[in-house]
Design a protein around this ligand. Structure first.
Ligand code: CDP
Length: 226
């Protein structure tokens, strides 16, 4: 049962997923990517031929959505039923509709309950959970809460380097649109009280992992010493 919860929020391209995964490896913690659930649901909605904007139909269908995710940072896999959707959920057609699925309150409550179950039952001492509203809604009492940011320019550049098959300007446009839609639902651009900001604009990958590990070390030391 995991006892140390590390919550990390941030916008697209801030490096949340790769940094959280690597930090979890270094600490022998589990790693939970919450965005994958919204993406897997959006993928399933398209697969079923439902409209991503028909929130009532999606909420009705939720009990049939069979979702699972690997939380071992070295065995990351996203499944819907028997289908491995790890790569499919990153496709632009999914990124393009995920925000409209994620804005529905009933859907958020459903996945949040799932996230809290996964966190509690993780088989490691700690778990790093990353997303957009982990520090504020999913685990506001987590002993370690971090907002990972980077300048918009750097975030766009990182994301277009990941998505090599798409034009950089298209990637930037889509990302800006998605951030704008998402930030209407949760504020992941400003750190709420007690949340430590790590700005990765001028840091490389290893430096960012180290900065996050430093915050975790400091915050857990502080908590355990009362
Ligand atoms: O990797 P990237 O930051 O581009 O996105 P993601 O973390 O995979 O999240 C995909 C989408 O899920 C976001 O654009 C949000 O619409 C939604 N999401 C959310 O609403 N709340 C979260 N805790 C995580 C993701």
């Amino acid at each position: 049962m995991a006892e140390i919860f590390v919550a990390i929020d941030g916008p697209a391209g801030s490096g949340k997923s790769s940094i959280s995964k690597q930090a979890a490896r270094r600490l022998d913690y589990s790693y939970l990517d919450t965005g994958a659930a919204y993406r897997a649901l959006a993928w399933w909605v398209l697969e079923r031929g439902l409209s991503a904007s028909d929130s009532a139909a999606i909420v009705d269908a939720l009990p049939d959505w069979d979702y699972s995710i690997g939380i071992d940072p070295d065995a990351y896999v996203v499944m819907v039923g028997e289908t491995d959707v790890t790569d499919a959920v990153r496709e632009p057609r999914v990124s393009g509709v995920v925000s409209s699925v994620a804005r529905v309150p009933e859907i958020r409550e459903h996945v949040n309950a799932m996230f809290r179950d996964i966190m509690r039952s993780a088989p490691t001492a700690g778990i790093i959970v990353e997303g957009r509203d982990i520090t504020t809604v999913v685990a506001p009492d987590a002993p370690v809460r971090i907002l990972l940011t980077a300048s918009e320019e750097v975030r766009m550049a990182r994301r277009s380097a990941e998505l090599t098959t798409e034009k950089a300007t298209d990637v930037a446009d889509q990302l800006r649109k998605r951030d704008a839609a998402d930030s209407r639902v949760v504020d992941f651009m400003t750190a709420s009280d007690g949340v430590v900001t790590v700005d990765s604009t001028t840091l490389n990958f290893d430096q960012t992992v180290d900065a996050v590990l430093d915050v975790i070390a400091q915050q857990t030391a502080r908590t355990s010493h009362g």
